[in-house]
Structure formats: C-alpha cells, structure tokens
Write a protein that binds this ligand. Sequence first.
Ligand SMILES: *[C@@H]1O[C@H](CO)[C@@H](O)[C@H](O)[C@H]1NC(C)=O
Ligand SMILES: *[C@@H]1O[C@H](CO)[C@@H](O)[C@H](O)[C@H]1NC(C)=O
Length: 321
Amino acid sequence: MSHAHDHLVRLLAWLAGFEAAERRVHSQNGEDGVLEHLFGFVGAGPKNYIEFGVMSGRETNTRHLRKAHGWRGLMMDGGYRDPSINLQQEMINVSNVVSLFRKYGFAPETELDLLSVDTDCYDYWLTETVFSAGYRPRAIVNEVNAALTLAPPAKISVPPPDDPRAGGRSRCFGSSEADRLSSWFGGSVSAFSSLYQRYNYSMVYCESTGVNCFGVRDDLLRPSGSHGAHTPPVSSFLTDAMVYRPARYGPNCGGHPRPHAPARENAMRSRPFVDVAEQPKAAFPYVRAPAREPRKPGERYPTAQCAEGLRGNLCAGVSWA
Ligand SMILES: *[C@@H]1O[C@H](CO)[C@@H](O)[C@H](O)[C@H]1NC(C)=O
Ligand SMILES: *[C@@H]1O[C@H](CO)[C@@H](O)[C@H](O)[C@H]1NC(C)=O
C-alpha cells in the first residue's frame, strides 16, 4: 500500500468513527468524545484553545480538554468571570472580537489548536471575522442552527449586526416571548461549511443532536510528503448532506430558549436570514456510492475505496492514492 493510499483508508475510518466516539463529560452533548477523536487523528500543537459563549464555564467544549488532557486557553462570556480558569467577562461582537483575542494573548499568528464559538447569534459573522483576521486554529467548533435545513437557499445566516435586513434588531434573543422562542439565530450547516472551505477547512462532523459542527484545517488531513499538496480536501467528497443532522434539542432545548426543532418555514417567516457568500466547489476525482446501495466496510471497488458509518457510503477515488 502506498503511503497516500494508507492515509486515505485511515482518514475514511476516522471520519466514519465520529459517531461512536461521542461522549459527554463536561460538554453539552457528545462533544468531549468528538474532540478526543478529532485530535487523536489530527494531533495537537500547544494544546490551547479559545472558547466563547461559555456562560459559567461548567458546561463547555474545552473543560474536559483542560481537566483531563492538560490544555490551557482563553474563555470569554458576557455574563461570567472566573480568573482561576481564565474565563474573562467580555461582550464579544464582530467589531471587538479580534482585539479581545489580542488583549488576552492570542495574535493571529499565535499557534492555536481549537476555537469554539457558541454565542447563539452572530456566530457566522464572528467566525468569518476571526478567519479573515488570519487566525487558523487546527480545529473549530461552531454551534449551527439545525432548524435551517439543507433546502435551498441552504447557505444562510442571520444578517450581520447592523445590517438593515435585520429590521432594526440588534440581538437574536430579545425579551418578548416570541423572541425567546425564536429560531432566528446563527447560521446553517451549509453556511458554515462554505465558510470553512473558503478558508481551507473541511467540516468533518456534526454531532448527533445536530447542534455542533466541527471543522478541521485541510492541511492537517492530507498525507504528508509530496502527495499532500495535490490531495483534494475532505470537503470535496464529504458533502453537507452527509454531515447535516436534523435538530434534536433535548427536553430543555439543549439549554436554548426555543422550541424543539422549530420549522424552518416559521423561522424564515418570522425573521430574515441572508444568503452568505457562495463559493464554487472544485471538481475532484471522488465518487460517492448511491446512498441506497448497501456496501460493506472496507469493500473494494474497481475505482474506489469506501467506508461505512456515515449516511450514504463514503468512497474516495483511488486516483488520490
Ligand atoms: C462591540 O462592543 C464594544 C465594547 O463593548 C462596543 O463599544 C461596540 O459598540 C460594539 N459594537 C457593536 C457593533 O455592537
Ligand atoms: C487556501 O489554500 C490555497 C492553496 O494553498 C491558497 O492559495 C489560499 O490562499 C488559501 N486560502 C486562504 C483563505 O487561506
């Protein structure tokens, strides 16, 4: 087996293994296990993170990494402060997010392992701002709005702050009952995955409640050596339809003040979402087995190598290897 082919087989098995890896220690859902699985393949650098929208810091994506794996980093939240865990009380918005990162020691060129964003509102625009400032964490976790399905227009988000299309609203959750129950927040899976692709990341997984999706820098998923640079990214074959999970908020709506799996139509009617920038997808020599055709794990095809465990089967053309 060539090195590149061997890498491909390991990559596919890793992608297919996320669901079984889900495990909750301090995270809201199975994110703790997902992150262990993710960094088990990708590897970590300085073992650091920035996470914002963490509330008291008790239920977060980074607490397990800190307590069990010795990671360190910065947490920020508008309503909470705890110096013992470097949780800083800051109101984050697109205008100040980069200066806040710098204020607490993270310049764009600082090596960063994990960025986790969950502010229930302008997450798409905050993430884009961080990317466009030059930050390139090895991996990223975004809360998505899974009530926004893959139906077109699929790449949508609440408008950026102060956008006239928001109808004068500056906050996602207001004080009225209608606002509290609104699903007008965040961005769709496709909005985030297209943002990732624009910055050379691939969305590799959304956990089973549909709430959090995970992106990884493409260079970390390529085989090393001369093959690497020419290897197409995971996003060229792992489609949004394969990673999207319908919203499955828990009994308390996963801590979010909104109804279970609110209909996209209602969300769309009540509040405006906007199409985010669309990036053309490059054509790569990957094939995907038809979803209905059962395949066996590891089964070989004349022209493809497949792995099971994702909806549909995941196959990659051997031309990669
Ligand atoms: C962002 O936050 C800063 C500091 O709280 C504030 O001065 C600024 O007006 C905010 N900007 C927006 C667009 O909300
Ligand atoms: C993505 O990778 C390509 C190829 O290496 C590079 O030319 C481009 O600048 C990268 N894009 C971003 C936004 O970093």
